[in-house]
Design a protein around this ligand. Structure first.
Ligand SMILES: Nc1ncnc2c1ncn2[C@@H]1O[C@H](COP(=O)(O)OP(=O)(O)O)[C@@H](O)[C@H]1O
Ligand SMILES: Nc1ccn([C@H]2C[C@H](O)[C@@H](COP(=O)(O)OP(=O)(O)O)O2)c(=O)n1
Length: 225
């Protein structure tokens, strides 16, 4: 068995973050929210007046992110960029769209690669993203590609943002999700697609518990002899 890394890739709103954190908690593994690094790169670019298509400047920003993730007791993870709490900007839909834009740039991806791989330390790692199983951790023993219909994912994200007090419209969320799906899966660099050896899991109509149990079964089948 190679180093215990579980990768959970998939499009926006499929439940990657939720399931990855539950699995990491259950196994006592570390958790990598790779999307947050792309989101923070977009926020930092905005901070410094850098355009979302200025690849050299964005790669420089990505390579030098001054960011830390503070895990609070109940308020979830706080994201501190250059000393400022940017959690709300990072988690916003605009944050997701800009992350998708900078994520299409090969040198930005290269600049974030080592930082992501550094999360793979004992006793193990659960990594959520778009290319965890295809590019960042190709030798992971357990790979899951989690998806759901665009409408189901938009409904989930819509509910999630409303619960955070964001004023959003379902139609806008659906359009954002479809735009990001298209950009993330059609880009040349590390496109969103299942790894050859990934378990494909369509969570449309599945509860969080059902998805969690399916991922744990995959772990037990592939990692525990
Ligand atoms: N199987 C599911 N059924 C219903 N809601 C879900 C399911 N999985 C996740 N959710 C909810 O959908 C929202 C988006 O989930 P999240 O984990 O942020 O997705 P992703 O990280 O793939 O964008 C969250 O509010 C989460 O609680
Ligand atoms: N490993 C990753 C993770 C995210 N990205 C890009 C593409 C995604 O649309 C954005 C945002 O990703 P994130 O996982 O935070 O977004 P969702 O929670 O899935 O809505 O970042 C990427 O290119 N590679």
């Amino acid at each position: 068995m190679s180093f215990p890394v579980i990768t959970i890739d998939g499009p926006s709103g499929s439940g990657k973050g939720t399931i990855s954190q539950l699995v990491a908690q259950k196994l006592g593994y570390h958790f990598l929210d790779s999307g947050a690094l792309y989101r923070v790169t977009g926020v930092a670019a905005k901070f410094h007046g850098v355009a979302m298509d200025d690849e050299p400047a964005l790669a420089q920003i990505a390579a030098n992110l001054d960011v830390r993730f503070e895990t609070g007791a109940d308020a979830g993870v706080k994201i501190i960029l250059e000393g400022a709490d940017v959690t709300r900007e990072v988690r916003s839909e605009e944050g997701g769209m800009n992350a998708s834009r900078v994520g299409a740039l090969p040198t930005v991806r290269q600049a974030l690669l080592a930082r992501q791989r550094a999360f793979a330390v004992q006793p193990g790692l659960v990594a959520d993203g778009r290319d965890m199983g295809t590019v960042v951790f190709p030798d992971a023993p357990v790979k899951v590609f989690l998806t759901a219909s665009a409408r189901e994912r938009a409904q989930r994200r819509y509910k999630q943002l409303l619960e955070k007090g964001e004023s959003v419209s379902f139609d806008d969320i659906l359009a954002d999700i479809e735009a990001r799906d298209e950009r993330d899966s059609s880009r040349a660099a590390a496109p969103l697609k299942p790894a050859q050896d990934a378990l494909l899991l369509d969570s449309t109509g599945m509860s969080i518990d059902d998805v969690f149990n399916a991922v744990m079964r995959a772990f037990e089948d592939r990692v525990i002899p």
